[in-house]
Design a protein around this ligand. Structure first.
Ligand SMILES: [Zn+2]
Length: 352
């Protein structure tokens, strides 16, 4: 099966009332782990790569790995998505590589750090849509700014600043209407990376879960029931994965992620794409540390990358079941980018 336009995967998820995990990749083991999990659970899936991942894997390798994934599992709809495109140039590079979906993150400037004005965001995102839709490629935009930094991308906002950069539901409606995006990443207080919360219990000093403005998602869904929302920074950072890392010589401080219940609440209110990166990184690192600790004489990379792949697969299996995409791979006939070109030519847009 050729890679599928992400818009179709999200449209179908909306029809079925479920969310779809969008998992970040840099290498073969991650892609294989995602596909094994998707195949075992019959799940449509979104594989995404950041600019950092594309640089690390030197573009063509990642493209070929994603194509291999689609070829090995022809019955699984897979979208190949650019995560946090920082400029129209990056978006163009991804489209030329064969990505079926791109994120134009106009919430930040090209440096991936400085917040853009709303007008700048509208302008650059609209241009990305004008570039992508005639080619059948899906576009995700972002309104508001997320906390944290990952892969060098992010404004590095403090907790208070993050609060001031949450997505405004009224502006969201206007943004979707003016840009024509297929999916909207919302800032509701989630952060990228493993350290999502700076909140501590004032008495015990213990770290507390991040405070999320789920009401923003509820409000946007009420205003635009057709809008596919995207939750970024949605790793759950399971305690047991951090514990494995620390048990075998790691030194990760106490941390909290986004509770699966909150993601599921989002999914019942229009969240269709759930970005998860950190959790598989944790699983990978823990598995490798364990081998190194238990078998210090081991030097065959397959002996630790294999267990790392299995550990990541364990994470993906849990996520696809929790998000509800499991069992939905064969619900529909996948569209091609050619098919999508016609859909966009007919003027199909998210109603805002
Ligand atoms: Zn993100």
């Amino acid at each position: 099966m050729p890679l599928v336009p992400m818009r179709q995967i999200l449209d179908e998820a909306a029809k079925g009332g479920y969310g779809v995990g969008a998992f970040n990749v840099n290498n073969m083991e991650q892609i294989q782990a995602i596909m094994e999990a998707a195949n075992e659970t019959d799940s449509p899936v979104i594989i995404q790569a950041s600019r950092g991942a594309l640089q690390y894997s030197r573009l063509i390798y990642l493209k070929k790995l994603m194509e291999a994934a689609a070829e090995e599992y022809p019955h699984i709809p897979v979208a190949m998505h650019l995560d946090h495109g920082n400029s129209l140039e990056t978006v163009r590079t991804a489209i030329d590589l064969g990505f079926t979906s791109v994120m134009m993150d106009g919430s930040l400037g090209e440096d991936g750090k400085t917040p853009n004005s709303y007008e700048q965001n509208v302008e650059v995102t609209r241009k990305a849509v004008e570039m992508a839709h005639p080619l059948g490629v899906t576009v995700e935009g972002e309104l508001g700014c997320l906390g944290g930094i990952e892969d060098g991308h992010g404004a590095g906002l403090t907790a208070e600043e993050t609060e001031a950069h949450l997505t405004d539901p009224v502006q969201a409606e206007e943004f979707v209407a003016k840009t024509g995006v297929d999916a909207l990443a919302v800032a509701i207080g989630t952060s990228h990376g493993a350290y999502k919360s700076a909140r501590r219990d004032p008495n015990t000093g213990e770290i507390l879960p991040p405070k999320l403005a789920m009401d923003r998602i509820h409000e946007i869904h009420k205003r635009m029931p057709d809008c596919h929302m995207v939750m970024h920074g949605s790793s759950s950072v399971p305690r047991e994965l951090v514990d494995i890392i620390n048990k075998y010589g790691g030194k990760m401080p106490d941390t909290y992620g986004v509770a699966l219940e909150q993601i599921q609440d989002g999914i019942t209110h229009g969240v269709r794409k759930v970005n998860v990166d950190t959790d598989s990184r944790l699983a990978c690192t823990g598995a490798i540390r364990k081998v190194f600790f238990e078998k210090p004489g081991e030097f065959d990379p397959r002996k630790y990358l294999g267990p790392a792949r299995d550990a990541m697969k364990g994470v993906y299996l849990k996520r696809v079941k929790a998000f509800g995409q499991a069992g939905h791979a064969r619900d529909y006939e996948p569209l091609t980018l050619e098919d999508m070109k016609e859909v966009y030519a007919r003027g199909v847009r998210i109603k805002a």
